[in-house]
Design a protein around this ligand. Structure first.
Ligand SMILES: *Cc1c(COP(=O)(O)O)cnc(C)c1O
Ligand code: SF4
Length: 456
């Protein structure tokens, strides 16, 4: 390990002469991103081999010393949730104010992770419950989450899948992945497959190619998506070879996770440009994190940087109820305040959708400030982002079309073969003209139980 540290430090020194150890805080501050780096700094394999995985190395690199008690606490934390930071990501930390640094906070363990609140859950999104086989979560009718890897270049301290990532017992093997591919093949309603993990881009090019080829051989799989933090924490992984593999399997979309403008370095920009040039539509899924990005101005700066780099802000996630991340959670009101500061104030396509991934497997629920104030039969009253209150006149004559669900005889001429003919579900069912359901009744209420002998 000592060699590793030395290597790293000599790089961070940018080849200047100086102290042996990494105790000079300026070393990291002046990290050579992006110029003046030796070639191996940009070699993602070198970065992976030299990931910082223990507190001691971290202390040396940042030139800080924790007390023995703190070290003991941190050790316990990383035994539970592993530590891993790429030298690249670490080099972005501002050592002069590391405690408030957004990179440090996302990457460095905190003993608060050992606190488990009574409302927290190890699998808050019930991903394991909605799982027909080891690697698949099938929650929505037409799309699945396919967990193909359980390693990441950097373990985010706020990770929602802390229960699994980095855990040697949950590494999916080829047989498990094949089982997932077979499940998708046997379920023709699946048109969208979302590869996640862990980080799918931590797999080798060949292995990834094998998975993508398997999925592409399934006629009903229309879209493949990859969720990866690699462009943020290990941008050098986006090589021409990797991009060559990905673009063979179009239409392929990629969502990444920039959480703070500081992460949009020249190297990250180069990585996402390669992906965009290969025709891969890029999206971003940020997590709203206390003390990191819970500020409308930071978020606005972030979304502007994203769109400048051809990345469409897709989701802003409310931090979910996973165990050990309570110190990252903001109230929902903070997210709404951020949305209030974005909608109307900036380009529509720069505004992500703020969602709460509902505990228990309810899926993502969008949350919004209210714009619709009130309405009558003739008029709708709305407010805009400036606080202007306006009326919208409803049409006097509207030819209501009664939909019987039969597209072939509809006067709208939607008699396309591919019209969605699946069963209408959920609240949409209550609205459907051709469905007679009038109520959705929650189970297990006293009221329903009292009625049990009688028909509802
Ligand atoms: C987020 C998620 C998806 C994809 O949802 P979109 O809203 O289409 O991005 C699919 N399955 C699961 C289990 C998810 O959590
Ligand atoms: S990259 Fe994703 S899966 Fe990996 S630790 Fe971060 S949030 Fe979790």
């Amino acid at each position: 390990m000592r060699n590793t540290v030395k290597d790293l430090v000599s790089i961070l020194k940018g080849h200047t002469q100086g102290a042996e150890s990494g105790s000079d805080p300026d070393l990291i501050q002046k990290s050579p991103e992006p110029e003046h780096t030796p070639e191996y700094w940009r070699d993602w394999r070198w970065q992976v081999r030299h990931r910082v995985r223990d507190i001691k190395t971290f202390q040396q690199l940042l030139g800080i010393t924790f007390s023995p008690e703190e070290r003991e606490q941190l050790k316990k934390t990383i035994e539970r949730f592993p530590l891993s930071i790429t030298p690249y990501y670490l080099s972005l930390i501002d050592v002069n104010d590391y405690k408030n640094d957004p990179i440090f906070r996302q990457a460095f363990p905190s003993p608060s992770e050992l606190i488990v609140e009574n409302y927290e859950l190890s699998d808050p999104l019930a991903e394991d419950k909605d799982s027909p086989c080891d690697c698949i979560t099938h929650r929505y009718p037409d799309r699945v989450l396919f967990l193909v890897s359980n390693t990441c270049a950097m373990y985010c301290r706020h990770c929602t899948r802390k229960r699994k990532v980095g855990d040697a017992d949950s590494i999916p093997d080829r047989a498990m992945i094949q089982e997932g591919i077979d499940y998708i093949r046997n379920n023709p309603q699946i048109r969208d497959v979302l590869l996640s993990g862990g980080d799918p881009l931590m797999l080798s090019d060949d292995y990834l190619d094998w998975i993508l080829t398997g999925l592409r051989s399934i006629p009903h799989v229309e879209v493949i998506r990859i969720g990866s933090r690699v462009p943020v924490v290990l941008p050098f992984r986006i090589t021409d070879e990797l991009v060559g593999v990905l673009k063979k399997h179009h239409p392929l979309w990629l969502n990444t996770q920039f959480n703070h403008p500081k992460e949009m370095t020249a190297s990250a920009q180069a990585a996402v440009a390669k992906l965009a040039d290969a025709g891969i539509p890029l999206g971003n899924q940020s997590v709203l994190l206390a003390g990191i990005n819970d500020c409308p101005r930071i978020m606005k700066e972030l979304v502007h940087q994203l769109v400048r780099n051809r990345i469409r802000p897709y989701y802003l996630y409310q931090c979910d109820l996973s165990e050990g991340i309570s110190h990252f959670r903001t109230p929902v009101s903070k997210g709404i305040e951020i949305m209030e500061n974005l909608i109307g104030h900036t380009s529509g396509f720069a505004v992500p959708r703020y969602v709460i991934d509902a505990p228990g497997g309810g899926g993502k629920i969008p949350v919004f400030p209210n714009y619709l104030l009130t309405w009558s039969v003739h008029k709708v009253v709305l407010r805009n982002y400036e606080g202007m209150i306006c009326t919208y006149q409803e049409p006097a004559n509207y030819d209501r079309i009664f939909c019987d669900g039969n597209c072939n005889s509809c006067k709208l001429q939607l008699n396309i073969n591919r019209a969605d003919e699946s069963k209408v579900v959920g609240v949409a069912k209550l609205l459907a003209d051709y469905d007679e359901t009038t109520t959705l009744i929650p189970e297990n209420t006293d009221r329903v139980e009292r009625r049990q002998d009688e028909p509802v």
